[in-house]
Ligand binder design. Structure first.
Ligand code: FE2
Length: 247
């Protein structure tokens, strides 16, 4: 038996794609995955109303729902709150509908790639700070003898998905190399609204980098989509991409 994870990202409640979300929810009801994972940008502008809409939508599922915050999930209009308690709204949603997940086949390990501010624009791009990376690496190294698959999940791709010369994620190259060296099988992410599945290399270590698209109306040249990840110790990670009607 394998573990099946439904991976969606960037639903951006506020500008969500209702038909795409309905199709995803129907597939969950029909196929009963072991868990759902959403790699951030749950909301468009991190308003209380948008978090409430996201919480209401995620609350319908019976299986574990694993979540991380995206750059859109920190207060946008309230700068005081953005700087003092950037994850408060996300954390209350997590307390309501979020959970961790592991099975006989796979362990999910979080990595934070969002920051409240950074010394460049846009602030929306990824930034891997030393402390969160150290926590992720510690967790991976603690499981080095564990033969299950290890999936690191974060909001921003650690490397440019299109292999551009410059990496929009600050610290992404080093993070990729360190995570790969610590036994992760893949890092899964969202943010760019374009799906991909690549084997990449940094610092002599190779690892899968798998990003899914968006279930919002903010399309960037790819239709809305989500991934079904089939994880088994013998077969590795299978990726089924499900593209939905943009309308
Ligand atoms: Fe994002």
């Amino acid at each position: 038996m394998a573990t099946r994870l439904f991976h969606l990202s960037d639903p951006h409640f506020g500008v969500e794609n209702e038909a795409a979300l309905a199709s995803f929810a129907q597939a969950v009801a029909d196929e009963a995955p072991d868990a759902i994972i959403c790699s951030g940008d749950l909301t468009q502008r991190a308003t209380h109303a948008q978090f409430d809409a996201a919480a209401e939508w995620f609350a319908r599922f019976d299986c574990p729902v694993v979540l991380c915050a995206g750059n859109h999930d920190m207060p946008y209009y309230n700068l005081w709150e953005r700087f003092t308690t950037p994850y408060k709204r996300f954390q209350s949603l997590y307390a309501e509908v979020g959970s961790g997940f592991e099975s006989d086949d796979v362990v999910l390990v979080p990595l934070v790639t969002t920051v409240r501010a950074q010394p460049r624009f846009p602030w929306s791009d990824g930034f891997v700070r030393k402390r969160p990376l150290a926590g992720t690496v510690r967790q991976l190294r603690g499981m080095i003898a564990d033969t299950r698959l290890k999936l690191v999940f974060c909001h921003h791709p650690l490397l440019a998905h299109d292999d551009a010369a410059s990496n929009p994620t600050i610290g992404g190259d080093e993070a990729f190399a360190e995570i790969a060296a610590s036994g992760a099988d893949a890092v899964i992410s969202g943010h760019v609204h374009i799906p991909f599945d690549q084997k990449r290399e940094r610092g002599g270590h190779t690892m899968r980098m798998i990003g899914t698209g968006t279930l919002s109306t903010r399309l960037r040249g790819s239709p809305p989509c989500y991934h079904v990840l089939t994880c088994s110790r013998d077969e590795g990670i299978g990726v089924e991409r499900r593209e939905l009607d943009p309308e």
